[in-house]
Structures are given as structure tokens and as C-alpha cells.
Design a protein around this ligand. Structure first.
Ligand code: 3PG
Length: 307
């Protein structure tokens, strides 16, 4: 009997797990669960006889792949797969997949939750500002960017986007103004929402040069990855500019500096929360389970990321 291991340091909602179990057991497979593990060894022990894995931001390193001798497929229930060692998976003939778009609306809603909180001065009783009429720039117009644009339009914002991989026509059909360069996006928009993946090219790419282009009252919204931010540059810029604010779904490495220097101008979720809704857990978890069954039963490799 095939064994599917759900290994999630940050567990899915119970309602999602029940549905995942239904799909896995309905296919005649066995479901094993490892949640909230505290040491890498627990993961190494759990993967030994797993034929398939469903993970979230869990680190699937070369060591994990080597320990998972029976593994044929790992599905990251989510969008960003920078936590998977794709080279190790390929070398071991393990198919790696993600579930693009499944948790995108949840992430987009969190971006606005954090924005509203900061423009209302953390609800401290003083007069804040509104989002209506302001310009928002979407840096990378993928699934999350699409939902950010939709919500922003509901708020009455002007929406711009930069993404060299998405056609201008697609953006314009969504009522989004495409801009030709990343610099133009930052120069134009008081609010910039990041949706780029963490890759060797994007790491530390959100730097002083780019951020200093942003207009007065700037706010950077990061529901992407902390690695894409040049954290020292961000601290430098916020020290120079008292108008600059930063909200992030990921605590930066230097969070104490923010606490010491920038009270009221930043917010960080204590744990990555963008995809932490029942709906997103169901969407991404169920998609992952279905992809595993389709892979074993029909050889379906749609959403494979280590081609
Ligand atoms: C993603 O890449 O899908 C999001 O960052 C969500 O990550 P999580 O599943 O660890 O919450």
C-alpha cells in the first residue's frame, strides 16, 4: 500500500486535513502525519518509508531526499517552492510539484489587512489615511498579484504592475496599468506589493536604490519572501525617511532593529500567515492530494517544477 506523508511544521486546518485524508484513503493509500515537528531528525525518521509527501514551507533538503528511499513525489501545497532542493529531487528521480494559485486569495487578503492597519496608525486613535485614490504597484503579476489587483480596485486604488513574463494585454484586460521597468513601478506607486519568488536573481534585489524611488508616504508590503529584501538597505532607508513604512508576512532577520528604531512604521506577522486560512488549506492541500493520486494512477505530471 502506498504511503503518503503529510509533513507540516505549520499544520493545515483540521477541515483541510480531513479532506486530504479522504482523497488519500479513498485512493487506497495510507496517510501518515507529522505535524509541528521540532527537530530535523523527526522529519528524517518520518520520510523513510514514504512514497509521497505533502509539505508546506518545510525544508526538503538533499539529506531529507536521501533519507526518503521510497519517495517518488513531493508536492509543496502552495506556490513558492524555494524550500525544495530540486536538484536533489531530480537526482533521486523524485517528481517535485507545487499547487499554483490555490492559496493566492488568502495571501492577497492578508496584504490588505496589514496595509489598512498601518494606514490607520495601528488603530491608535489618531487620524490615518485611506487607500482610495492611492497608487499601488504590483511587483510580479502572478496568481497573488491578480487577487491583489482585484481587491485594490475594490478599494478604489489605481493599480499598476511590473512583470516581464506577463503580457500587457492580460494586465490591461484586468484593468491594471502595465509599466515597462521595475524602477518606474517604484517611482509611480506609494504602495508596492511584492510577489516575486526567492531565486538567486531576486535575493536581496529590493534594495536602497529601488526603495528610495518611492513617493512620500511610501509603504512596502511583503507577502513574498524575506530573502528578496536587502534588509540592511531597508533599515538604512527607513532611518533616512520617517515617512517610509514596511509590512511583512515574514519577520526580517534584524527585527529587533525595527523594534528599536521604527515604532509604528512596521508590522510583522509572528509566523507566516498569508496562506493560513481554512479555505487556502483546503484548496492547496486537496490539490496536492489529488496531484499525488493522479501521478500514481495516470502518470500525470502537471505542475511538475523539476522538469
Ligand atoms: C506559498 O508560497 O504558497 C506561501 O508562502 C504559503 O506558505 P505556507 O504554506 O508555508 O504558509
Amino acid at each position: 500500500m502506498k504511503k503518503v506523508l503529510v509533513a507540516t511544521d505549520k499544520p493545515f486546518a483540521k477541515i483541510a486535513l480531513d479532506q486530504i485524508r479522504g482523497i488519500v484513503e479513498g485512493a487506497g493509500y495510507q496517510l501518515a502525519l507529522l505535524e509541528k515537528y521540532t527537530t530535523p531528525q523527526q522529519l528524517l525518521d518520518a520520510v523513510v518509508d514514504a512514497n509521497a509527501m505533502i509539505v508546506r514551507s518545510d525544508l526538503i533538503t538533499q539529506e531529507v531526499v536521501a533519507a526518503a528511499k521510497e519517495l517518488k513525489i513531493v508536492v509543496r501545497a502552495g506556490a513558492g517552492y524555494d524550500n525544495l532542493d530540486l536538484a536533489a529531487c531530480s537526482a533521486a528521480n523524485v517528481v517535485a510539484m507545487n499547487t499554483p494559485g490555490q492559496n493566492a486569495n488568502a495571501v492577497a487578503e492578508l496584504a490588505f489587512g496589514m496595509m489598512v492597519m498601518l494606514v490607520r496608525n495601528n488603530y491608535n486613535g489618531t487620524s490615518g489615511t485611506e487607500l482610495r485614490g492611492k497608487k499601488i504597484g504590483i511587483h510580479a503579476y502572478g496568481n497573488v498579484g491578480y487577487y491583489v489587483a482585484k481587491i485594490a480596485k475594490g478599494f478604489g486604488m489605481e493599480v499598476f504592475a511590473f512583470d516581464p513574463f506577463v503580457s500587457k494585454e492580460k494586465m490591461m484586460a484586468d484593468g491594471v496599468t502595465p509599466v515597462a521597468t521595475v524602477e518606474e513601478l517604484y517611482k509611480t506607486c506609494q504602495f508596492v506589493s511584492l510577489h516575486i519568488p526567492a531565486t538567486e536573481t531576486t535575493k536581496k534585489s529590493i534594495n536602497h536604490g529601488l526603495l528610495s524611488l518611492m513617493p512620500k508616504g511610501a509603504m512596502l508590503i511583503n507577502t513574498a519572501r524575506k530573502e528578496v529584501i536587502h534588509e540592511e538597505d531597508l533599515v538604512k532607508l527607513m532611518s533616512e525617511r520617517a515617512d517610509f513604512r514596511y509590512v511583512s508576512d515574514i519577520e526580517p532577520g534584524n527585527k529587533q532593529e525595527f523594534a528599536d528604531k521604527f515604532a509604528g512604521r512596521y508590522f510583522f506577522t509572528p509566523k507566516k500567515m498569508g496562506a493560513q486560512t481554512e479555505e487556502a488549506n483546503i484548496n492547496a492541500g486537496v490539490a496536492a492530494a489529488r496531484q499525488i493520486v493522479a501521478f500514481f494512477e495516470k502518470g500525470d505530471e502537471t505542475f511538475r517544477v523539476n522538469k
